[in-house]
Design a protein around this ligand. Structure first.
Ligand SMILES: *[C@@H]1O[C@H](CO)[C@@H](O)[C@H](O)[C@H]1NC(C)=O
Ligand SMILES: *[C@@H]1O[C@H](CO)[C@@H](O)[C@H](O)[C@H]1NC(C)=O
Ligand SMILES: *[C@@H]1O[C@H](CO)[C@@H](O)[C@H](O)[C@H]1NC(C)=O
Ligand SMILES: *[C@@H]1O[C@H](CO)[C@@H](O)[C@H](O)[C@H]1NC(C)=O
Ligand SMILES: *[C@@H]1O[C@H](CO)[C@@H](O)[C@H](O)[C@H]1NC(C)=O
Ligand SMILES: *[C@@H]1O[C@H](CO)[C@@H](O)[C@H](O)[C@H]1NC(C)=O
Ligand SMILES: *[C@@H]1O[C@H](CO)[C@@H](O)[C@H](O)[C@H]1NC(C)=O
Ligand SMILES: *[C@@H]1O[C@H](CO)[C@@H](O)[C@H](O)[C@H]1NC(C)=O
Ligand SMILES: *[C@@H]1O[C@H](CO)[C@@H](O)[C@H](O)[C@H]1NC(C)=O
Ligand SMILES: *[C@@H]1O[C@H](CO)[C@@H](O)[C@H](O)[C@H]1NC(C)=O
Ligand SMILES: *[C@@H]1O[C@H](CO)[C@@H](O)[C@H](O)[C@H]1NC(C)=O
Length: 860
């Protein structure tokens, strides 16, 4: 969802660096664990994970307590721009601890740090940021009793005790500046919270019914059962990345008595607003609120205290998207009477099962690489959220697995699912089934599903590439994994051939695309609606900017989705469709304007009118080198429009399935290489934007693979590190995390194919386990030199691929191999590296495949 990533705010970043959160002990603990693990036999991989990477610098990562693919992620919610709840910035205040969060998603209406509420409302934006954060609880000290407790949002928010934040897989802790410590651990749909109060104080808690992070409450109710010590609550809230008309339902069940070990003192309800309403009802037990039609934030919830000044209070929380009864049942069945330590240990063991699917040579891998790798693998299993059996709306009662927070498929098709395909076909199949279920229930597969609601589409229907990748890699096992390939294919065809009435939220505008061979700018479409025609909506601003720069993007993206359909058509022998969709795979060429020149390079993707005339857009526009500070998408613009989509410079590289032809369009291999060099050196590249993911490896296609190796080293060390600010922007549902994993492992996938591009690993050896296929693949970097693991590979240091051997056979190409020969069979791969760059700067027998040069001829 990079379209919505706010850009560089230098001041904020500097501030956070100056007052580094979390606790310095976190990094010390991780470094010690990596060191100690060198010779260990029983490795605990969770100890290498730094969950705080990406919690600053707009990484939007949630460091909260979660199990793999957990529906709940317990984290605090902070003021300011904090779409995932938590941020490291110590100038922001804590509003409460809450169970529902997404990780790495940003939001469509992000409040940017210095954008004031009045400015936002002038712009027609609601006070909106991020998503979830419902059912916040905050421990309070109310020395003057119940009626004086600070329950409203503004009055209750508090600073943290600086440099004490702590978290690890399955655990989250933060201490308020008044000394109260909050901890959480979780199961899939429930969790335990533990609060430690200063000695002798009476514990009070405020529980919020109404507010979520985007302040989107549309009504709900709450009931306190003082005898049972149980508060049930639920309601309706708005989407984080979709139409404001849609609402989702959510419910929670708070058990306050710790199985009878704790006793309530006072309890009641409260309501408040920002204009002076601050009322409390001691002894009252019900709230029933409808939507506040005039707008604004109506605040309301429960307030309660405990007898006997216990220094520690344990609270059990269940969450459901179905009902309060289900929320309570989830807490009972998933947590029951287990202790905090039990649940934490259980979560940790689930994480180890996921993390140990990739094992590196811990003794000889640079410590930062180990930390980056396992922290990234952690996020690669943190989302999407497994909401199976928790469905609502048209998915209610579905008998299929259900995953939410699929935003956006445009982000995750490139690296996220290809990584999953290496080691987790079972999980991959469940998610693919959930994509297909979107087609079953709504007619099209989901593109940006969030909050159990359809979200805005980005590049069309990228779900096609995701399910296509599954089909290409696991068609032999599909049936056993619960996937009917014919149905999968039917879902792809629906996306590729059936024009939805409204392509903002699903499908593609294929009617005009098929007619013109591209999506024309300003085209008359009498049969469907989408961004171009929607007016007055609260996201018009962003959509207008999107459509202005996206005509070529849409076409290039549609063409790649068509390639995915073509791949599966070929697999399933759908001969006519193979012809149609192969043809459409080339449609990216229709937006190539050979006459546009920039910085001495000729030919750029451009938007086009329906009569065929190109509409000139300066290729520099909206790139980091755009000097126009008034342009909507400009980087240098003030906070309201510091959003970036993509420039023609950037998108003109996008034809992953047909790069050979792109090279021709650009004027041949030499020019292509020069243009790539210029693209990076002149600063057009943006590591944090998905269309740029494959660009550093573009050199492979021009038969100069050592340049890819150099470029990837540079990209990694310029853009990623182990600090909270260590991501180049939004993690995009672990799209960034999985890109980094591939870079570190010296691989890059071509989505919807079984081809992998070979680079130079950052580690001497690693093994990938695929327990479903019952195979393990060990990749050894022969002549590995740890000195090569830096931004610029020093002269004389081995890092360039000299040969590749797969199970004893020398691979004819040094630039690519196939999933079927490597990861499906398992065994030993040796990537031999050398310092003699010039001697090895070629691919050997073949460059990676392209459609137009006969590539991808037969699925494996
Ligand atoms: C691991 O073992 C090697 C010898 O096998 C030794 O040189 C090294 O110091 C050990 N490392 C640690 C952290 O114990
Ligand atoms: C934490 O640091 C921030 C930023 O310097 C400061 O504003 C705040 O007062 C500090 N909090 C405490 C409890 O010291
Ligand atoms: C859990 O604790 C409750 C209250 O003490 C008790 O009634 C129940 O039997 C316990 N359940 C289990 C499974 O131990
Ligand atoms: C809650 O209020 C709604 C109207 O807003 C009403 O229809 C419903 O019956 C009320 N529920 C209860 C339990 O009072
Ligand atoms: C789901 O099942 C319940 C209970 O049978 C029924 O009331 C409800 O209408 C069903 N929902 C859908 C969307 O089919
Ligand atoms: C999702 O949850 C369901 C129900 O608990 C479970 O069967 C399934 O294995 C889970 N899938 C993943 C990928 O966590
Ligand atoms: C390929 O697409 C073009 C443009 O839409 C069309 O003119 C041509 O007939 C198509 N060819 C095939 C084989 O489908
Ligand atoms: C194509 O349409 C555009 C927009 O209406 C117009 O400006 C342009 O002159 C037309 N080109 C031709 C060749 O008619
Ligand atoms: C932007 O401004 C810089 C500094 O004035 C200048 O060097 C550069 O050429 C300008 N870029 C464009 C695309 O005009
Ligand atoms: C680029 O180089 C490759 C590998 O040497 C070669 O096959 C291809 O024909 C070249 N492309 C062009 C456009 O010259
Ligand atoms: C590891 O990363 C930290 C934080 O980015 C950096 O300060 C340190 O220099 C790195 N160490 C090595 C050996 O690269």
């Amino acid at each position: 969802m990079t379209v919505l990533t706010p850009f560089l705010f230098v001041a904020t970043s500097l501030l956070s660096l100056a007052y580094a959160q979390p606790s310095p002990d976190v990094q010390k603990r991780i470094s010690a664990a990596i060191k100690n693990a060198a010779n260990a036999t029983n490795v605990d991989y969770t100890e290498f994970v730094n969950v705080f990477i990406g919690t600053d610098n707009f990484g939007d990562v949630c460091p909260g307590a979660s199990i793999p693919f957990g529906m709940v992620k317990f984290s605090t919610d902070l003021t300011g721009y904090a779409p995932a709840g938590y941020v490291t910035d110590p100038t922001q205040k804590i509003r409460g601890l809450s169970p529902l969060h997404d990780s790495g998603t940003g939001s469509s209406l992000g409040m940017i740090p210095s954008l004031s509420l009045s400015r936002a409302s002038k712009l027609g934006l609601m006070y909106c940021k991020g998503t979830y954060g419902n059912f916040e609880i905050l421990p309070l000290l109310c020395p003057d009793g119940f009626d004086t407790c600070t329950t409203t949002l503004d009055s209750r928010e508090r600073f943290r005790k600086n440099n004490t934040d702590d978290a690890s897989p399955g655990y989250f802790a933060q201490t308020l500046d008044n000394g109260i410590m909050m901890e959480a651990t979780s199961t899939r749909r429930a969790g335990l919270e533990r609060f430690t109060f200063p000695k002798g104080s009476k514990p009070y808690f405020v529980l919020d019914l109404a507010n979520d992070l985007p302040a989107s409450f549309a009504g709900g109710r709450m009931d306190i059962d003082p005898d049972l010590g149980r508060i049930t609550l639920g309601g309706l809230w708005g989407s984080s990345f979709g139409p404001g008309q849609f609402h989702y339902q959510a419910f929670a069940c708070y058990d306050l008595l710790d199985g009878g070990k704790q006793q309530l003192s006072e309890y009641g309800v409260w309501t408040g607003d920002t204009e002076g309403l601050d009322a409390k009802g001691l002894g009252m037990t019900h709230l029933n609120l409808s939507i506040n039609l005039i707008g604004g934030v109506y605040q309301s919830g429960a307030l309660f205290s405990y007898e006997g000044n216990p220094s520690q209070v344990n609270i059990r929380v269940g969450v459901s998207f179905r009902s309060v009864e289900q929320a309570c049942l989830n807490a009972e069945t998933e947590v029951g009477n287990s202790t905090f330590e039990d649940i934490m240990a259980q979560s940790k063991s689930l994480w180890n099962e996921k993390l140990s699917k990739v094992q590196v040579d811990l003794a000889h891998t640079p410590a930062n690489v180990t930390e980056l790798l396992y922290s990234s693998l952690y996020r690669a299993s943190l989302t999407p959220n497994n909401a199976t059996d928790e469905t609502q709306g048209v998915f209610e009662n579905t008998t299929y697995p259900y995953f939410d927070s699929l935003y956006c498929s445009w982000d995750t098709f490139r690296t996220y699912y290809p990584l999953m395909s290496l080691h987790s076909p079972v999980e991959f199949a469940q998610i693919v089934n959930s994509y297909i279920d979107g087609y079953r229930k709504r007619g099209w597969m989901p593109e940006c599903r969030a909050n159990n609601l359809p979200g805005w589409t980005q590049g069309g229907s990228s779900g096609d590439v995701i399910v296509g990748h599954f089909a290409m890699t696991y068609h032999n096992e599909a049936a056993a994994l619960g996937i009917d390939l014919e149905e999968l294919y039917a879902a792809m065809i629906a996306d590729g051939d059936v024009n939805p009435p409204e392509w903002n939220i699903q499908g593609r505008q294929v009617n005009v695309y098929k007619q013109y061979g591209y999506v024309p700018f300003a085209v008359l479409d009498t049969m469907s609606t989408g961004r171009q025609t929607r007016e007055g909506s609260r996201t018009l601003r962003w959509d207008a900017l999107w459509i202005h720069y996206s005509q070529s993007l849409i076409c290039a993206q549609y063409a790649f989705e068509d390639f995915a359909i073509r791949q599966v058509a070929l697999l399933l022998d759908k001969t006519d469709d193979v012809a149609t969709y192969t043809n459409r795979s080339f449609f990216y060429r229709n937006v190539w304007d050979p006459t546009v020149t920039n910085d001495g390079f000729k030919g750029f993707m451009q938007k086009r009118f329906s009569n065929g005339t190109f509409v000139y857009t300066d290729p520099v526009d909206c790139s980091p080198n755009d000097n126009d500070t008034s342009r909507d998408c400009s980087l240098q613009d003030d906070n309201i429009s510091g959003f970036y989509e993509s420039s023609s410079w950037e998108y003109s590289w996008f034809a992953p399935h047909d790069t050979a032809h792109l090279i021709q369009l650009m004027g041949g291999n030499d020019t292509f290489v020069q243009r790539l060099d210029h693209f990076f050196n002149a600063g057009y590249y943006l590591a944090g934007n998905e269309p740029s993911f494959q660009t550093p490896i573009g050199y492979h296609y021009a038969n100069t693979p050592t340049k890819s190796v150099d470029r990837v080293r540079d990209v990694v060390f310029t853009n990623f590190d182990i600090t909270p600010a260590g991501l180049p922007g939004n993690d995009d549902q672990a799209a960034m995390a999985t890109l980094l994993v591939f870079h570190l492992l010296g691989l890059y996938p071509v989505p919807s194919t079984t081809q992998f591009l070979i680079l130079s690993p950052f580690t001497p050896q690693y093994t990938i386990h695929n327990s479903y296929l019952n195979v393990s693949t060990t990749i050894t970097t022969k002549n590995f030199d740890a000195r090569s693991v830096q931004k610029t590979i020093p002269k004389g240091v081995a890092a360039y691929v000299k040969s590749v051997t797969v199970n004893g056979q020398v691979s004819p190409s040094k630039c690519h191999f196939d999933f079927y020969d490597v990861f499906r069979l398992g065994g030993e791969v040796v990537i031999e590296v050398t310092s003699d760059k010039n001697a090895v700067d070629d691919c050997g027998a073949s460059v990676p495949e392209s459609l137009s040069t006969g590539g991808f001829a037969q699925p494996r």
